[in-house]
Design a protein around this ligand. Structure first.
Ligand SMILES: NC(=O)CC[C@H](N)C(=O)O
Length: 227
């Protein structure tokens, strides 16, 4: 049975179609979900895509967390039942929804960064990273203005101790992220937030590599991290 993976479109989402395309290439069936419709349509997993939801007003993701669809998504994700991958703006929405700890703040350079970015995959014990091997380096795309991950020291220690740092920036964080964190997971491993964009690295013709595909094939694996 083909996995049906929802992709939520908010006002201002930019990478929803790219996420759907990456899912299709990975062999999943993307299902369009609308921010204003509190209906997850029975999907097996959800991707919150990159972009500028609600124009990044107040803070990136600060308004999207109140979208009607989040009233269905948050409890399902928090319980561990629903795998959710938040990419860039989606990561910011997950933090604003308190599904993940910490926050994404202005890049240390105060400039928007748009570049190819090497990552080191640190945890493969999540629904979205089972296709990788620990320590594997991948080349994806980073494009964000508020990609600087911050959290209090105790939270950072908890993430490290719990093996919940999913990916780090190889060679150091270009945006100032604490401990070079590029992505994290919740305790169940079903919710993952990632600042760089794997959906832009799924086809040799259109991206810097096809290294990002693993985030999307992982959710299809029969042994996908079940919670
Ligand atoms: N590419 C994105 O999703 C950007 C996220 C957010 N708008 C930022 O600039 O940080």
């Amino acid at each position: 049975m083909t996995a049906r993976v929802g992709v939520v479109t908010f006002p201002g989402s930019l990478d929803d179609r790219d996420a759907a395309r990456a899912l299709r290439i990975a062999g999943a069936e993307p299902v369009a979900l609308w921010h204003a419709d509190p209906d997850l349509k029975g999907v097996d997993a959800v991707v919150l895509p990159g972009g500028f939801s609600y124009g990044d007003y107040l803070r990136c993701g600060a308004i999207a967390r109140f979208a009607p669809i989040m009233s269905e998504l948050v409890p399902a994700a928090r319980s561990g039942r629903l795998p959710v991958l938040g990419i860039c703006n989606g990561f910011q929405i997950l933090c604003e929804s308190h599904l993940l700890p910490g926050a994404l703040t202005r890049n240390a350079s105060r400039h928007f960064l748009n570049r190819d970015q090497r990552l080191r995959i640190e945890s493969t014990a999540t629904a979205w990273t089972g296709a990788y091997t620990p320590g594997e380096e991948v080349l994806v795309v980073l494009k964000s203005g508020e990609g600087n991950y911050v959290a209090d020291p105790a939270t950072l220690d908890d993430l490290e101790r719990g093996g919940r740092v999913v990916a780090r920036y190889a060679g150091g964080a270009p945006n100032g992220s604490q401990r070079d964190i590029a992505g994290i997971a919740n305790e169940h491993g079903n919710v993952v937030g990632l600042m760089p964009h794997p959906e832009h690295a799924v086809e040799a013709l259109t991206g810097p590599s096809v290294d990002g595909l693993g985030f999307f094939t992982s959710i299809l694996a029969p042994l996908a991290h079940s919670t």
